[in-house]
Design a protein around this ligand. Structure first.
Ligand SMILES: Cc1cc2nc3c(=O)[nH]c(=O)nc-3n(C[C@H](O)[C@H](O)[C@H](O)COP(=O)(O)OP(=O)(O)OC[C@H]3O[C@@H](n4cnc5c(N)ncnc54)[C@H](O)[C@@H]3O)c2cc1C
Ligand SMILES: NC(=O)c1ccc[n+]([C@@H]2O[C@H](COP(=O)([O-])OP(=O)(O)OC[C@H]3O[C@@H](n4cnc5c(N)ncnc54)[C@H](O)[C@@H]3O)[C@@H](O)[C@H]2O)c1
Length: 499
């Protein structure tokens, strides 16, 4: 079948050929993958509706620029701790303009033309504009002419993949002060001298790490809870907190901002300092003056303008899906949601995983095939989620923490070991780290694993395979780690229960 490509076509009145087999609203990593998998190897047609940049938050504002900012300082630290190399590298940190230039290269200067080319090559029509449900199997796309939406109809499926947006609390004076969100922090063009980071989650910790590495002189984190990173093993969060403090960052726990004043506010654009100094009053009465505030207090799903009310769902409701990624509470198995907006695990790799499952489900239903088999269920969303937090030290974890396992009724044994093996000592003179396996005694299988330390990110996939595969630890004993690699920590962990 010949495809009609309407990429970049301006919005206009509906035409007869505005019917697609599948319509995906939101062109981030989840939406792109759902579109690709729903039509791969078939003659089905698919429209991908995107009102900003194809590639989504991850490519331009989140994962890619943040890791591009973090990696150079990690390389520098590794070089500095290597005798014979450290003496040869600069004592003055990284070359900031070069780091920013590499970041901009990796985010392609926020130009999505290569992603659009990829979409076309995968048989996906990119439709520019804001998509909104307009009744069953119908999406109204608003572009340059808000009064004349283009109406798209779907034969088989509509997939919602609209992600999340940063939340800025309504603390007096905060929104008026135009604080930075993660979009500014990842796309920074200027380095403020004094910064206050509000929040203690992953965005807050990673952001504080690169801001300090890139030259922020005074950095304070204001965290309302009793510790940073409340969803990871406490030993891992503690090591990150110690390291942030050792790098000169002030971490104030049990603290909150009460009021913000910025007399000189300026709309200078993304990544630039948004005006003059900011005075922040904390709830204990302390007053701080900083040059910029970074708000990292979480995100909310982009649902409020999605037209959910036109199909009988509450307009600002969180979307809930079943394991086929089909939206619950909607008749007819035509509406799906994947990625952050589905509220399962707000991580790029999990959104893409859900999208692969969703695309396969749409294809099977379109072809009248049964949904038998593991391929059609997003089972990993349930306590099998891996994540790497790219702080210094890194945290790499999968599944449940010991506390979560206890709460879920497991009788668990926790195996712990310092990452003190030949491979670690060889990779870096100051290598430190710690690891823990959470083992279900009833089945002798993993329900969780956490590694914290220098460069531990690649260790987590072995744990993920063992956990998802329900591999008994007696069998893992025969998975011999190579010498001399950091993976030998697995041997130390398994030895911990023999002694
Ligand atoms: C600073 C930061 C760093 C992160 N780092 C990592 C990391 O290292 N690893 C990791 O796994 N995750 C990371 N994440 C999380 C990751 O960015 C998200 O999980 C991921 O982007 C979710 O993908 P998505 O496709 O669901 O949504 P998004 O990437 O948010 O894409 C949604 C798309 O939908 C579009 N859209 C929204 N509404 C409409 C509409 N009505 N019509 C048309 N288009 C619409 C948006 O413009 C956007 O392009 C990070 C997040 C942040 C904030
Ligand atoms: N490396 C990675 O995988 C990576 C990196 C960044 C973000 N992410 C993901 O992106 C998502 C968003 O991350 P995040 O850090 O923005 O959210 P989060 O929910 O992880 O953390 C938000 C933090 O803000 C605090 N908070 C909330 N409201 C507050 C308020 N009014 N005042 C003060 N503190 C407040 C919370 O207690 C929490 O500590 C998460 O799912 C995260 O896992 C992943």
């Amino acid at each position: 079948m010949k495809r009609v490509t309407r990429a970049d076509r301006p919005s206009g009145p509906a035409t007869a050929d505005d019917t697609y087999d599948v319509i995906v609203v939101g062109g981030g990593p989840a939406g792109e993958n759902a579109a690709q998998y729903a039509v791969a190897g078939s003659d089905r047609t698919v429209a991908l509706v995107e009102h900003e940049l194809v590639g989504g938050e991850c490519s331009y504002w989140a994962c890619i620029p943040s890791k591009a900012l973090l990696r150079p300082s990690q390389v520098l630290a590794t070089a500095r701790h290597m005798p014979g190399v450290g003496e040869k590298v600069s004592a003055h940190g990284v070359d900031v303009p070069a780091v920013l230039a590499r970041r901009d290269g990796l985010t392609r200067h926020r130009d999505d033309s290569s992603q659009v080319d990829w979409a076309r090559s995968a048989g996906i029509d990119v439709v520019r504009g804001r998509g909104r449900l307009d009744g069953e199997r119908t999406v109204a796309v608003t572009g340059a002419h808000p009064d004349r939406p283009r109406i798209l109809r779907a034969r088989h499926a509509v997939v919602l993949a609209t992600g999340t947006v940063a939340v800025v609390p309504d603390t007096p004076g905060l929104r008026a002060a135009l604080p930075w969100t993660s979009r500014d922090a990842t796309n920074l063009l200027e380095i403020p001298r004094r910064v206050l980071v509000v929040g203690g989650g992953v965005v807050a910790c990673e952001t504080a790490t690169w801001l300090r590495q890139l030259g922020v002189e005074e950095l304070t984190m204001v965290v309302r809870g009793s510790r940073l990173l409340p969803r990871v093993e406490p030993f891992a969060a503690d090591l990150v907190t110690e390291a942030l403090r050792a790098h000169g960052i002030t971490v104030r726990l049990h603290a909150a901002i009460r009021q913000v004043e910025r007399p000189d506010v300026r709309e200078t654009g993304i990544g630039r300092i948004h005006g003059g100094p900011v005075t922040v009053e904390l709830d204990d009465g302390t007053r701080l003056e900083v040059d910029e505030i970074v708000v990292a207090t979480g995100r909310r799903p982009t649902t409020s303008t999605l037209g959910l009310d036109t199909i009988g769902l509450a307009s600002d409701a969180a979307i809930t899906v079943d394991d086929h990624l089909t939206v619950e509470g909607v008749d007819g198995d035509w509406l799906y949601a994947v990625g952050d907006v589905a509220g399962r695990a707000a991580l790029t790799h999990m959104g893409k995983y859900q999208a692969r499952v969703c695309g396969d489900v749409i294809a099977a239903r379109a072809e009248g095939r049964p949904l038998g088999g593991a391929r059609y269920r997003a089972s990993a969303d349930h306590h099998q989620v891996p994540q790497v937090i790219f702080t210094d030290p890194e945290i790499a974890a999968v599944g449940r923490t010991a506390e979560q396992a206890h709460a879920d009724g497991f009788d668990v044994e926790v195996l712990e070991a310092d990452i003190d093996v030949a491979g670690a000592a060889l990779s870096r003179d100051d290598f430190t780290g710690h690891a823990a396996l959470v083992v279900d005694r009833a089945t002798d299988t993993l329900v969780g694993a956490t590694f914290v330390g220098t460069d531990v990110s690649e260790l987590v996939h072995a744990a993920t395979v063992a956990l998802v595969g329900h591999v008994p630890l007696d069998t893992v004993w025969h998975a011999v780690p190579s010498y001399p690699t950091v993976s030998e920590v697995w041997l130390r962990l398994l030895e911990a229960r023999r002694s």
